[in-house]
Write a protein that binds this ligand. Sequence first.
Ligand code: ADP
Length: 497
Amino acid sequence: MAVVQEKELLCKDFLSRPKQLLIDGKWVDAVSGKTFETVNPATEEVLCRVAEGGKEDVDKAVKAARRAFEVGPWRKMSTAERARLMLKLADLIEKHADELAQIETLDNGKPITESRYVDVPQTVETFRYYAGWATKLEGETINANSNFFTYTLREPVGVVGQIIPWNFPMLMLAWKWGPALAAGNTIVLKPAEQTPLSALRIGELALEAGFPEGVINIVTGFGANSAGEAISHHMDIDKVAFTGEDKTGKLIVQASTTNLKRVSLELGGKAPNIVFADADIDAAVKGAITGIFFNQGQVCCAGSRLFLEKNIHDEFMAKLTERVAKLRQGDGLDDKTRIGPQVSKEQQERVLSYINIAKGEGASLACGGEAPAELKKGYFVKPTIFTGVNNDMRIAQEEVFGPVLAVIPFSNMEDVAEQANKTTFGLSGAVWTRDVKKAHKFASHIKAGTVWVNCYNVFDPAVPFGGYKMSGYGRELGKHSIELYTNIKSVWVNMQD
Ligand code: ADP
């Protein structure tokens, strides 16, 4: 079996080191002295204990970030030096790619092939992409009135709080650090309590790269009544970037009213993945699988509602279930594993409870529908598909965040056009067709921040990502994320004699 053996575990040293908070360039215990466990979801074993930061630790981190922003060398550094630090961090992440991939798989459960060939390289590319932006930020001169010389300055926002989820721990860090650092902000990051480890290892690499003290601070810990809430309420944080559940997003917005800090949100989704009869069916079957089962369905843009045109429904389902039966489920450290465990017991229970809800609503189970009996340990759920789903059912409206696909048949263009947008979310959608006109019509019709045509889950650091409706606001990636992390100042100079 190709499971990574104990002796090949490159992250053994890291796991045995103390897991402290990164504040002002130093590793420190939480003020309370508290720690919490982080667990391998494939084995249910405790990987290590991690410092449990709280309000006092966030206060310390914000002070350090404020000092680094106002008076530290960071402010005076040329943008080229800033870019070089970011490139160095990217190089160090690449150098430690195998170790970081193992850390991510152990902490999150995802297959090692995904950590190693998706999460780590995309993290590296995101830092490289934004390193390029550091030297390209510009203001403008405006010919408004000849009596005045008018120009704009593009300035960093200041101290930014970043609260990230557990589904792509390392990649979400990169999406948030990349533009924040390129624009010259300082950071207080709170990783998710389920997956704090890769951020701590990248924190070590950031110190090795030479980021000045206080520019990057990491406070591991919990959300409600703890470090997360302390960040969202903080009076001296200028902006909060959040990725997570919609109900947490609402709390973040409410908390932002303390000092009216800027907020950007990337929340949930219930993406329509629409297959027309004229599509390349085999490609669409593969796309449906990637759309819902990648990362165990723990993806905010998962294609969780599969709309199939009625006349291809049966053929499509036969091909889909045949392929899904072959997906190998097991410990993510095994390089043959395609589906790992859910991140936690809580998530496993949540997914299983949605499976029961779907059964109760009258949807038909085409495959899966339970935890695999042969896997005695770990928070696994079999890849699950329901057919005969009606778009109004809870299974079609609520975010399951697991490997559960709802298949909804449709009869014509008008029918699916209406149903696709009948959701409170609007993060993404996809359409499979050989008809160019139909593809573009749908791309413009779907109320979502990303539409994939004849593909699914394609990403690039240069292409913006974010939500319509209750999937949040603000766009990450691309130049649009630079907007989130900069302020524009207009300067008027009186030129009159
Ligand atoms: P999930 O339920 O899938 O874990 P959450 O939205 O609860 O998603 O978590 C995403 C991130 O938000 C995590 O880092 C978590 O600790 C943090 N978080 C949770 N609740 C709050 C809160 N009330 N205030 C600030 N951060 C929070």
